[in-house]
Design a protein around this ligand. Structure first.
Ligand code: SF4
Length: 232
């Protein structure tokens, strides 16, 4: 596994964009063309509420840390966790947990990520949460088995288990993000059903890109038949 330096760290939140569409990530993180639409605006409002230090959510014995900075040198990612809950362990001597300053006993950290809408069919939210857990594990030298995704539309939290398959997916996505970042290349559009859900559709113009690509392919084929070369 790679070990990245401080200056190599990429935004952790970008892994959800990369998992959804590599081009969307490229447009946002390489070209900084974020387009605010209703969905992302709603998401920001929900995040602002979570990041508001006055936002209260009390469960007996659970210590809540909001807007916790995260970093992983193995993934090469850095960001902020919406919420990390520290659950008190029944056995104070349980080595699985971590101690908290000024408090007795040990606690199990559990990341909680807030999202607008409802649970999605793809794994983009789960990979973001798992990347947060890997950061926490690295920072606290411990294992985290699960976390929660909370959805604004359904007002429910769903457990996500950080199994081997999900961890491998996160590592693979993080590696590909770094490869793309180093190449400085925004991937081409591949139009699909997901484009209708994408906040970047008006900037990305996937239909037009497909037509442009067809012309390129046509010209290349014609020139190849004529044994000529052209740069595109
Ligand atoms: S419009 Fe489609 S191809 Fe373009 S960034 Fe969005 S999901 Fe990707």
């Amino acid at each position: 596994m790679s070990v990245y330096q401080e200056e190599d760290l990429l935004l952790l939140s970008g892994i959800q964009h990369f998992a959804f569409c590599e081009r969307q990530w490229g447009l946002i993180h390489l070209e900084q063309q974020w387009q605010e639409n209703l969905k992302t605006a709603e998401g920001h409002i929900l995040h602002e509420r979570v990041h508001d230090p006055d936002y209260k959510e009390s469960r007996v014995g659970v210590v809540s840390a909001r807007s916790l900075s995260l970093k992983s040198y193995s993934l090469g990612l850095a960001g902020v966790a919406d919420l990390v809950e520290f659950i008190p362990l029944s056995d104070e001597n349980d080595s699985a947990g971590v101690p908290l300053s000024g408090r007795k006993g040990r606690y199990q950290p559990v990341p909680v990520e807030y999202k607008r809408g409802k649970p999605k069919k793809d794994d983009r939210d789960a990979v973001q949460l798992c990347a947060q857990a890997i950061c926490l594990e690295e920072m606290m030298s411990m294992q985290i088995e699960y976390g929660y995704l909370f959805y604004g539309q359904t007002q429910h939290r769903f457990e996500v288990v950080f199994d081997h398959k999900l961890r491998q997916r996160v590592e693979s996505l993080a590696k590909s993000m770094h490869d793309s970042y180093e190449a400085g290349y925004t991937p081409m559009a591949r139009k699909g059903v997901k484009c209708g859900l994408c906040s970047m559709e008006n900037i990305c113009l996937p239909k037009m890109m497909r037509k442009t690509r067809s012309v390129e392919v046509y010209l290349k084929e014609m020139l190849s038949e004529a044994n000529l070369e052209i740069e595109m």
